[in-house]
Design a binder for this molecule. Structure first.
Ligand code: SF4
Ligand code: SF4
Ligand code: FES
Length: 819
């Protein structure tokens, strides 16, 4: 990273080259007022309060970049006058309802009004009625409180990618012309815009129809956008913040559970909401709204505990999923080592095997990048094998953010077309291919991004075998000379005149055909030019790999192809662990391929069930009642804390009886396997936060390792293996990951078969899906962002045992019967 030297108010700082003044100041703990700007998003210049003087000129700190030797003054008399006027304008007609407003106590309007010393009002205008609206099951918008800073619009577009809200006409009173000449210029412009706008769903309806991530409400500086569920339930200052990790997707987002006693009568604590460090991390709907999945009112049931000990003693298999801490995973692994029990976790096993293939082929202990680095660095991103909108919120945000902030481009390879992904930018091209052609996609990546001279001879020849040329007849406009005889009107003489006239002629041309592009659903004739445009000025490339690859019949070959792409092109790779702590489980546990005999299920079905869902033979604490660590997609070991009390037994209690266990669960943290990249650090020594410049210092990063390996030799693919017919895909709706997400009350998406509108019409309301080994009857649900014939069957309810229906694949050909 190159740095430049600047001075702020006379003090020297070395700051990142190309950084906005505001971010450079924040990184060095210098305060510049700013309302509309969001780190990781593009500046909107809506508030204008970040005015500073740089080298003698007034600039907006959120939009002006640092230059070497720049001298910045944060406060000049003129700037202070502008800022004060801006704050006065924001306060004009702002409803005086702080006493009941959800934002009171953490409101930026309150804070800046005080900070900038606004104690009188110089401006006025008649107010106009502004409606309050419920935009979705989670969002409430009060236009009367809205200061039109556009943060909500910006985060939804630049970070989340849904672009579900926009500014729209308000019809407010027009400002008196006198103000234009008498008040500070920036304050006038800001006010003028404020009077004209409010925020509304961008689809022109009353509903956002979005992914309900709640980021818009999180970034709202005032009480204009709030969660409907939280509204009027608590003052901000009554809540205690517990730093934790979201239990749902494998992003392992940092969250704060905000708790206080349930009511005057019931003093047990309850989670009232989830908040986040929204400047540095964006949550998805599950992380933000699916928080109340705790196992409440549990006490120590000694009989059930004794039965659980006996069950574990005779167990041949323990079946579990990825909603488990690293420490618990280590306990189960220890149980396996000491008692010979099988560990069965089909959710993680395929991913674990895939990681192993990749490690062998690449010599890398882990994939080489993560979402945060990708967003900061990449300007070209390729996604393969992931239903990006459903599988991984973090990767979806990164794919979008690269388009919006880094002037990026993207290739999306999948079997199901997704209108949302295509809308992320004009340089996004989607390849919607047949199931089974994932290897072909990687061969195309090799073709497009690797210098031909570097390719192994057999791969080069194989790729060349897809290239051909063909002749094609096109119509072309040519200017043709036409000679006409004309008579001069005056003299009557005839003479010949030649002129040029346009004519369409047919012409044969030779065009290059890239069979791989066509095979993958593209159009090679158009693609070449489009790709050349996408590649302009691109320097940093990343590739996202999703769950489809782990369950692929040719998973090993896919892993080798990835390793080859990485080695020969320098493209960085990130993989999506399927859910929650899948990476931790994959690293810590030696998983088995099948279950046998008497089975103890941990949050899964079994002959004896340990459950944090309140439906088992022995209760266990849920993730929001536990201390411990998780290993997230970014290869970071992150600490989570118990937000709520739990009165029952924990896994550690069972392990202590069965083998020589530890006193507390967190005593296992220091024992996490160092040969897998973990560090011998005590739980209490793990940090949990972000620096002012956005550097994450939660827990620690796993230690990477690179060994020398031979270049992998890759196999050709077999086109005839592509699945045809009625194909079903195991895939959750975007806000559901597990039984825990489903249990939470605030956010709901049904279990069922998700289909494009056209397909849903064909299927009717309910279908029986017949697999090779069994069948299931489910409701058909329209997902209007999907296109095509493949349908998505949810797997988030463990009781439905969808993994058994799909076996070792993520796609199955089935028969559908209308019910
Ligand atoms: S709703 Fe909130 S974030 Fe959105 S423009 Fe209004 S004040 Fe800003
Ligand atoms: S909830 Fe998320 S997706 Fe929906 S409008 Fe807000 S930011 Fe956009
Ligand atoms: S923060 Fe710079 S214009 Fe709003």
């Amino acid at each position: 990273m190159s740095t430049v030297n600047i001075k702020i108010d006379g003090k020297e700082f070395a700051v990142k080259e190309g950084e906005f003044i505001l971010n450079a100041a924040r990184a060095n703990d210098v305060f510049i007022p700013a309302i509309c700007y969001l780190t990781r998003c593009s500046p909107t210049l809506a508030c204008r309060i970040c005015l500073v003087e740089a080298d003698g000129k007034q600039v907006y700190a959120c939009n002006a970049k640092v230059k070497d030797g720049m001298e910045i003054t944060v406060d000049t008399p003129n700037i202070l006058e502008e800022r004060r006027a801006i704050m006065e304008v924001y306060d004009v007609n702002h409803p005086l309802q702080c006493g009941v407003c959800d934002k009171s106590g953490e409101c930026e309007l309150q804070n800046y009004t005080l900070e900038l010393g606004v104690d009188s009002q110089s401006y006025m205008i008649p107010d106009t009625k502004r409606e309050t609206k419920n935009w979705s099951s989670v969002l409430h918008y009060d236009a009367g409180l809205c200061i039109v800073c556009e943060r909500c619009v910006t985060v939804c577009k630049d970070m989340i990618g849904d672009a579900a809200i926009t500014t729209t006409k308000r019809g407010g009173e027009v400002l008196s012309k006198d103000y234009k000449n008498t008040m500070p210029k920036d304050a006038y412009s800001m006010w003028n815009k404020l009077q004209k706008s409010v925020i509304a769903p961008s689809n022109g309806t009353e509903s956002t129809d979005c992914s309900d991530c709640g980021e818009c409400a999180a970034v709202c500086p005032v009480g204009a956008l709030v969660s409907r569920d939280f509204q009027y339930t608590s003052n901000a200052w009554d809540l205690k913040r517990i730093p934790a990790v979201s239990a749902h997707s494998s992003d392992g987002f940092q969250v704060y559970y905000e708790v206080k006693p349930t009511s005057i009568e019931d003093r047990s604590e309850k989670i009232f909401r989830v908040t986040n460090e929204w400047n540095y991390v964006s949550l998805d709907g599950a992380a933000r709204f699916a928080y109340d999945f705790e196992n409440r009112d549990v006490s120590r049931d000694k009989v059930a505990f004794k039965n659980a000990v006996e069950a574990l003693k005779k167990a041949k298999t323990i079946r579990f999923n990825s909603v488990i801490t690293n420490e618990e995973a280590l306990m189960l692994q220890t149980l396996k080592e000491k008692m010979g029990v099988k560990l069965y976790n089909p959710e993680v096993r395929a991913f674990q095997k895939f990681l192993g293939y990749y490690q062998k082929a690449s010599g890398n202990r882990f994939y080489t990048t993560d979402t945060d680095t990708l967003m900061k660095k990449s300007d070209f991103v390729i996604s393969l094998g992931a239903a990006l909108r459903n599988d991984s919120p973090g990767l979806k945000y990164a794919f979008n953010n690269v388009q919006k902030l880094n002037k990026g481009a993207g290739l999306y390879f999948h079997t199901i077309s997704d209108k949302l992904i295509s809308s992320f930018g004009k340089n996004v091209d989607s390849f919607i291919h047949k199931v089974g052609l994932e290897e072909a996609a990687l061969y195309l990546v090799l073709d497009l991004f690797v210098d031909k001279d570097k390719l192994p001879e057999d791969v080069k020849e194989y790729i060349a075998s897809f290239k051909s040329s063909k002749t094609k007849t096109i119509k072309e406009k040519v200017m043709k000379s036409v000679t006409e005889t004309v008579t001069d009107e005056e003299s009557g003489e005839e003479k010949e005149v030649t002129k040029k006239v346009p004519e369409m002629v047919e012409k044969e041309i030779t065009v290059e055909v890239n069979g791989l592009v066509d095979l993958l659903g593209g159009d090679s004739e158009k693609f070449e030019d489009a790709f050349a445009k996408m590649m302009k000025k691109k320097e940093s490339f990343s590739m996202m790999i999703g769950e489809d690859f782990y369950y692929h019949e040719k998973a090993e070959n896919l892993a080798k192809l990835i390793a080859l792409v990485e080695e020969l092109s320098g493209i960085d790779v990130v993989m999506t662990p399927p859910k929650s702590n899948a990476l931790g489980v994959a690293l810590i546990c030696d998983l088995d391929d099948n279950a046998e005999g008497y089975t103890v299920g941990y949050n899964e079905n079994g002959d004896f069930k340990l459950s944090a869902l309140g439906d088992g033979d022995l209760d266990m604490p849920a993730m929001n009642q536990q201390e411990g660590t998780l290993t997230n997609m970014s290869k970071r070991v992150v600490p989570t804390n118990a937000a709520l009390e739990y009165g029952g037994y924990e896994l550690n209690d069972l392990i202590s009886v069965l083998i020589d266990g530890k006193k507390e669960t967190i005593n296992w943290t220091i024992e996490l396997p160092t040969d897998k990249g973990y560090e011998a650090i005590q739980f209490d020594d793990l940090k949990n936060g972000y620096d002012n410049n956005g550097v994450e210092n939660r827990g620690y990063l796993l230690k990477t390792l690179k060994s020398e390996v031979e270049q992998p030799s890759v196999e050709k693919f077999d086109e005839s293996l592509a699945l045809e017919g009625e194909v079903v895909y195991r895939c959750n709706p975007a806000r559901q990951f597990s039984d825990f997400t489903d249990k939470a009350h605030e956010i709901f998406e049904p279990f069922g078969l998700y289909a494009s509108s056209a397909k849903a019409k064909e299927l009717g309301e309910k279908v029986e899906i017949v697999f090779e080994n069994a069948s299931i009857t489910v409701d058909v649900i329209v997902d209007d962002k999907m296109e095509g014939n493949i349908t998505k069957l949810s797997d988030f309810k463990s009781a439905k045992d969808i993994y058994s229906l799909f076996g070792e694949s993520r796609y199955k050909t089935v028969t559908m019967r209308k019910v």
